[in-house]
Write a protein that binds this ligand. Structure first.
Ligand code: ADP
Ligand code: MG
Length: 397
């Protein structure tokens, strides 16, 4: 349905989209997930033909977006980040206008507009001026516009931003129902939103695709394994001997503790293998006191931050990974032979970037950390966000 190969978009020397390749199959709901400034909107704007890529190719249903833009765009309904609605029109007027733009034949127009207003729950608002609509209804109006003409592909950029929880649920249901007939791509910087709706998640960070899988597979990867941290009053060799006999231990790391005569242990197991009681009785039997025992749980968000953090490993010095004992990311730790209790370090560092709902680039680039400044290649002035008037390419269509 959509084939994207080696897509790149540079703004000055910064790559907003960096060698992105993926395919989108018919009849599924795809989620672009990534922190602000990751390149989601830029990618969507390229897919929909609003801006041209620096290099790479987009083929929509067999039509190259640059060579056959009309044909390619005909397959797509798009709700940009800021819904392109006109405040001085009523909902109905606006949809009539949009239908005209989409060259929907006069004979079909009326019936289709009615149908779309029904699907999007806009019937009782059709006579209202758009300026007087709540954010939720305005979003629905934008959505209705995207759905008009029943394009095969519907692309929605952050459709849930600014909605209250009730509206989010409603729009979510709406998108799910659209997914039954259409291929839908939506973007969000919120993990739970994407995992609630999408059949397939693509995690984007710094313009690159860092993971692409079903929510189930990602969850499994993310949930990964469990880990247990201990401090035991025992010699290193004794601790190792005792604990290595436990069932289902994937890795065991023992080293001297700061506390004299004791050692710190990290045990990695399958997520559902809880060894705490067994360890308690074993240590009691061997008369080795447990000074500390703690289950460390790696959350979805942790892994998320991990995936979206230091990628790509640009000029900044590579940092030790501190968490992520599960799944792919875990390996490094274990291989490093390193473990650390302060798994919050990276999270704190990136929290502003991920959670901060600061506008686009500002969120990432303004966080001032080395990771967030992934684009900040040497000598490059800080990126402005979209409205950065200083950008020479601003306003490009
Ligand atoms: P997202 O939608 O994931 O938040 P964007 O695609 O909007 O991310 O932006 C990706 C990066 O490209 C950001 O660093 C942003 O500041 C930069 N960017 C986007 N549009 C422009 C533009 N017109 N001029 C300069 N930089 C831009
Ligand atoms: Mg965006």
């Amino acid at each position: 349905m959509i084939e994207v190969t080696h897509l790149t978009k540079h703004y000055g020397s910064n790559a907003a989209v960096d060698d992105l390749s993926f395919t989108v199959e018919k009849g599924q709901i795809y989620g672009f997930l990534g922190p602000n400034g990751a390149g989601k909107s830029t990618t969507m704007n390229i897919l929909t033909g609003y801006i041209a890529p620096t290099s790479g190719e987009v083929v929509i249903d067999g039509h190259n977006i640059l060579e056959e833009p009309e044909e390619a765009r005909k397959c797509i309904g798009y709700l940009p980040e800021i819904p392109p609605v006109y405040p001085d029109m009523t909902v109905l007027e606006y949809l009539q206008f949009a239908a005209e733009l989409k060259k929907i034949s006069k004979s079909e127009r009326e019936a289709m507009i009615l149908e779309v207003m029904q699907t999007t729950g806009l019937m009782e608002m059709q006579g209202r001026l758009i300026r007087n609509l709540s954010k939720g209804y305005r979003q629905r109006t934008g959505l209705a516009q995207a759905v008009l003409g029943y394009p095969d592909i519907i692309i929605l950029d952050e459709p849930m931003v600014g909605l209250d929880p009730k509206q989010i649920i409603e729009i979510r249901e709406l998108i799910k129902s659209l997914g039954q007939k259409h291929t839908v791509i939506l973007s969000s910087h919120i993990l739970s939103e994407i995992s609630a709706i999408c059949d397939h998640i693509m995690i984007i960070a710094h313009g690159k695709l860092v993971a692409s899988d079903t929510p189930e597979n990602l969850m499994n990867l993310m949930r990964g394994s469990g880990s247990l941290e201990l401090t035991i009053r025992a010699k290193e060799a004794d601790a190792r001997r005792m604990l290595s006999s436990l069932p289902g231990v994937q890795s065991l790391d023992v080293k001297d503790s700061a506390e004299a005569g004791s050692c710190d242990v990290l045990i990695k197991t399958e997520a559902d293998n809880d060894l705490r009681e067994m360890i308690f009785y074993m240590c009691a039997q061997e008369k080795k006191a447990i000074l500390r025992m703690q289950h460390t749980h790696v959350s979805l968000e942790d892994i998320f931050l991990e995936l979206t953090e230091d990628h790509p490993a640009e000029q900044k010095p590579k940092k030790k990974r501190r968490f992520g004992f599960g799944g792919k990311t875990a390996k490094q730790d274990v291989d490093d032979g390193e473990f650390s209790a302060d798994s919050n370090e990276n999270m704190d560092e990136t929290a502003g970037k991920w959670n901060g709902d600061a506008d686009d680039g500002a969120g990432a680039d303004g966080s001032g950390n080395a990771a967030g400044g992934g684009y900040g290649t040497e000598g490059t002035p800080e990126l402005k966000n979209h409205s950065g008037a200083a950008d020479p390419q601003e306003g490009e269509e």
